[in-house]
Write a protein that binds this ligand. Structure first.
Ligand code: PLP
Length: 468
């Protein structure tokens, strides 16, 4: 494909995406076809000779688009959102076109430096403590996901807790990780990958009212492990738990971590975006105690998957845990110690130019545009929750500080599960579920930039009438 052919095909592809977004609301949110439909419709192998992009676009229309779960759909209320936006797609397109590989400063100077500055901008935007800025011993980096952020935080914590031995001899003692019963499954996965074994994660009880970690239970667990000769290595606190967006008491948890010398990682995968709004920063109290913190702009900050922003207060343990320097990567800039090589801040060696999409998003929307985006979703969640509260057939299952509302039918689990099935079968909305205190609970998570008050009101009308 020469540049002129690319220009023509590129315009057609951008038109295709714009048409997709413009007509999304008219499609069913989810595919109604059985498993195997797409695979069965694809040929057994590639064509012998090349085809035009128009043939691909026709197959996107016929085969792919009708069999997607449309995450950008205004009626998509499942899981947590995974937003994208025009500027994000365009930034990603430039990244693909440049095709640079940012493993080292020397392999991609502008890629490295733009990433450092974007993470400093984001730290300012969220009001994060100064120690996460690159101007001191800390700094930020883009990971693919919050799961990767938890993994590298765990590895850095093991490095620190072992006094550097973990890197040399592996897991030679019973190191422990702690999170609440509501912590994300990626914490268990990180501990497993790190070699902490089945008992590596201590699951700490939560306050039954708020579903936030009980700091007294954390202290008790750490003390018990110390008494047994185990080594508390990392506590993962959550701001915005996956089930209900509970906020762990980071100030108290941080004080306990400081007392026992345990690494504190704060996972704000979804709710971190809320901190762009000063009135929601209460949720980030206590972060000055954290050794590391992450959130996913790819969830609620208009930046397409994948983009997790991860900061450390002091990069020394992270880099020492992960650095491996073969001869073929040696270069004068790295040897000078004057540059950041992000290969040492993540698991893979290679990395994409993901800072570009953040740059496009931050400049296109500006601070006030991003705040308006978050605020509108929080207001819509409030509006929906007020309707649930006013209808005595329904129960609000948890507080809703951000844009997720958890609710169930008073009639019981079977009725709630039936309601979910019924509303999703309409194809007009898509919600998912969780269990809160053992009870089947529907989750309505607002996050698509296309979702307006009318869509949330429609969702309520649909749910209320399906409840019978
Ligand atoms: N942590 C929390 C609190 C989450 O809610 C999620 C996903 O929803 C994750 C971590 C994992 O996110 P990712 O898909 O970026 O790994």
């Amino acid at each position: 494909m020469d540049p002129e052919e690319f220009r023509r095909a590129g315009h057609a592809v951008v038109d295709w995406i714009a048409d997709y977004w413009a007509t999304l609301g008219q499609r069913p949110v989810t595919s109604q076809d059985p498993p195997g439909t797409v695979a069965a419709a694809l040929p057994a192998g590639p064509t012998a000779h090349g085809e035009p992009v128009s043939a691909l676009l026709a197959d996107l229309d016929a085969l792919v688009a009708p069999r997607l779960t449309h995450w950008q759909h205004p009626g998509f209320f499942g899981y947590f959102p995974a937003n994208t936006s025009g500027p994000s797609v365009l930034g990603d397109l430039v990244s693909s076109g440049l095709g640079v590989q940012g493993m080292l400063w020397a392999s991609a100077p502008a890629c490295t430096e733009l990433e450092t500055v974007m993470l400093d901008w984001l730290a300012g935007l969220l009001g994060l403590p100064e120690r996460f800025r690159s101007t001191g011993s800390g700094g930020g980096v883009i990971q693919d996901s919050a799961s990767s952020a938890t993994l590298v935080a765990t590895l850095a914590a093991l490095h620190r807790a072992s006094g550097g031995r973990w890197r040399e001899v592996g897991v030679d003692r019973r190191y422990r990780a702690y999170t609440s019963t509501e912590g994300h499954s990626s914490i268990e996965k990180a501990a497993r990958i790190a070699g902490l074994g089945r008992d590596g994660v201590r699951v700490v009880a939560v306050d039954p009212g708020t579903l936030a970690m009980d700091p007294d239970a954390l202290r008790t667990a750490i003390r018990a492990d110390l008494a047994a000769g185990d080594v508390p290595a990392i506590v993962v606190a959550t701001i915005g738990t996956t089930s209900t967006t509970a906020v762990d008491p980071v100030p108290q948890i941080g004080a306990i971590c400081a007392e026992y010398g345990v690494w504190l990682h704060v996972d704000a995968a979804y709710a971190g975006a809320a901190a762009v709004c000063p009135e929601l920063r209460w949720s980030h109290a206590g972060l000055e105690h954290a050794d590391s913190y992450c959130f996913d702009p790819h969830k609620w900050l208009l930046t397409g998957f994948d983009c997790d922003a991860f900061w450390v207060a002091d990069s020394a343990d992270l880099v020492a845990a992960l650095t491996v320097l073969p001869e073929f990567l040696r270069n004068a800039a790295s040897d000078s110690g004057a540059v950041v090589d992000y290969r040492d801040w993540q698991v893979p060696l290679g990395r994409r130019f993901r800072a570009l999409k953040l740059w496009f998003v931050l400049r296109w929307y500006g601070v006030e545009g991003l705040r308006a985006h978050v605020r509108s979703h929080v207001a819509l969640a409030d509006r929906f929750a007020a309707r649930v509260r006013a209808d005595d057939r329904f129960v609000l299952a948890a507080p809703h500080p951000f844009s997720l509302v958890c609710f169930r039918l008073a009639a019981g689990d079977e009725a709630s599960a039936g309601l979910l099935e019924k509303v999703n079968a309409t194809g007009r909305v898509f919600l998912t579920h969780t269990r809160v205190a053992g009870r089947f609970t529907l989750r309505l998570a607002i996050g698509s930039p296309l979702t307006t008050q009318a869509h949330v009101d429609d969702a309520w009308e649909l749910i209320a009438s399906a409840a019978g």
